[in-house]
Design a protein around this ligand. Structure first.
Ligand SMILES: [Zn+2]
Length: 199
């Protein structure tokens, strides 16, 4: 221990963040110590609230501010006949940012990747299957990044869900091969959404 325990503890917490080493973590802590008291209180409250007020939507697995459905699922103006399947919540937000899509979502939580321990059971694929069986949507849009694991996941979902007689579409390949939805600009993503192709 080089600093008092309280400081060392916070340095440790920051150093657990991606891309943050001990030195950067120290810089963060010393920066915080120089901030006005109110700023520190706000920072602390935000962290507390993050844990206390962030829930997972039981239907689509987006973030929710309550233990019930998220804002998207609760919004009656959305088209509940369309479900867009994404890997992660960040992708959902990127698609929302285009204002091109007005249906609902389903967040898988990743792609099938057995080497990384990601299987249909660690993702929300069973829940998606149940949801499709129950709600019988008109269209399922697979907005999954087309890399090797993504292609495998798309094939798996196709085999699993096509027998349920719903239209399954893919984003048009305006997206660069291996390109990530996360980094696509709005115009490219809009075109990919508009020009989606049936599986
Ligand atoms: Zn939801």
């Amino acid at each position: 221990m080089r600093y008092p325990r309280t400081i060392e503890e916070l340095i440790f917490s920051f150093s657990q963040l991606p891309g943050v080493g001990r030195k950067t973590a120290e810089r963060f802590v010393f920066h915080l110590l120089k901030r006005p008291k109110e700023d520190l209180q706000r920072f602390a409250n935000n962290l507390n609230n993050l844990q206390a007020n962030t829930f997972t939507c039981p239907q689509c697995f987006n973030f929710s501010e309550t233990s019930g459905l998220c804002d998207v699922c609760r919004n009656e103006k959305r088209n509940a006949r369309q479900i867009c399947v994404v890997e992660k919540i960040h992708d959902l937000n990127v698609i929302e940012g285009t204002n091109e899509y007005h249906g609902l979502y389903h967040v898988l939580g990743g792609k099938i990747d057995p080497i990384e321990g990601q299987t249909p059971d660690t993702l929300t694929i069973r829940q998606l299957e149940d949801r499709v069986k129950k709600d019988k949507p008109d269209e399922l849009i697979l907005a999954i990044n087309p890399d090797i694991q993504g292609e495998g996941t798309i094939l798996y979902l196709k085999k699993l869900l096509q027998p349920l007689n719903i239209k399954i579409t893919l984003l048009a390949r305006g997206l660069p091969m291996g390109g990530d939805i996360e980094y696509a600009d709005d115009a490219t993503l809009c075109n990919a959404l508009k020009g989606r192709i049936q599986l």
